[in-house]
Design a protein around this ligand. Structure first.
Ligand code: F6R
Ligand code: ZN
Length: 195
């Protein structure tokens, strides 16, 4: 890590960075309980340990004045009818935001606030997405056979709070029904006053 300015390249064809400190690999077994179709999850796990997504990051101090940055690569695939996706999280410091720049592929970002307001934004090469403070976010690859690659940057002090999303998921599931993307109500989701 350096205090000096630097540049690096995003190697899109290779799906990596010219320079990075951390490579996170999230496999199917890391997302136990996240997909709605438990039977499909179990039977898929019995056959293969699919990699759902990779994250490459440069290490920066976890300070408010820093911007943590890197790329996420969500691979194509489905568990039952639900597309491969990231775990999703709130930032621990909930008043922190995040910016994404989609570089390749097709997908959506599903987002919601602690009060249950939700939003979904399409992602395709060239799109920039701003996730305001207070919005939990999950990236979903809705493409048939291409990786969804995004550059991200967020405040160094943000932190990650996976708790409530791990327990009950987002309000909407991103699924494919009859070959088309459909948002389906998540049966496990509870309103804040029901939790
Ligand atoms: C950082 C951020 C992304 C995600 C990455 C993996 O705040 O939102 O870098 O960390 O897309 O997703 P999660 O962390 O939800 O598994
Ligand atoms: Zn985040």
């Amino acid at each position: 890590m350096t205090g000096k300015p630097y540049t690096f390249d995003i190697l899109l064809d290779e799906g990596t960075l010219s320079n990075y400190d951390n490579h996170l690999v999230r496999k199917l077994s890391d997302l136990k309980g996240y997909f709605n179709d438990r039977e499909a999850y179990q039977s898929m796990l019995g056959v293969e340990e699919a990699v759902l997504y990779d994250v490459y990051e440069l290490h920066r101090p976890e300070l408010a004045g820093e911007l943590l940055h890197g790329i996420s690569i969500i691979h194509p695939g489905k568990v039952g009818s639900e597309y491969f996706m990231t775990k999703g999280h709130f930032h621990t410091v909930i008043e922190t935001s995040e910016v994404y720049h989609c570089l390749k592929g097709e997908g959506v970002m599903i987002m919601e606030t602690p009060e249950g307001e939700w939003a979904v934004e399409p992602l395709s090469s060239g799109k920039v997405l701003y996730v305001p403070p207070r919005w939990a976010h999950r990236s979903v690859n809705t493409g048939a056979d291409e990786d969804l690659v995004m550059f991200f940057a967020y405040p160094g002090n943000a932190g990650h709070d996976y708790g409530s999303i791990e327990r009950q998921g987002f309000r909407q599931l991103v699924t494919e029904i009859d070959g088309k993307l459909e948002l389906v109500k998540n049966p496990r989701w509870l309103r804040p006053e029901e939790r």
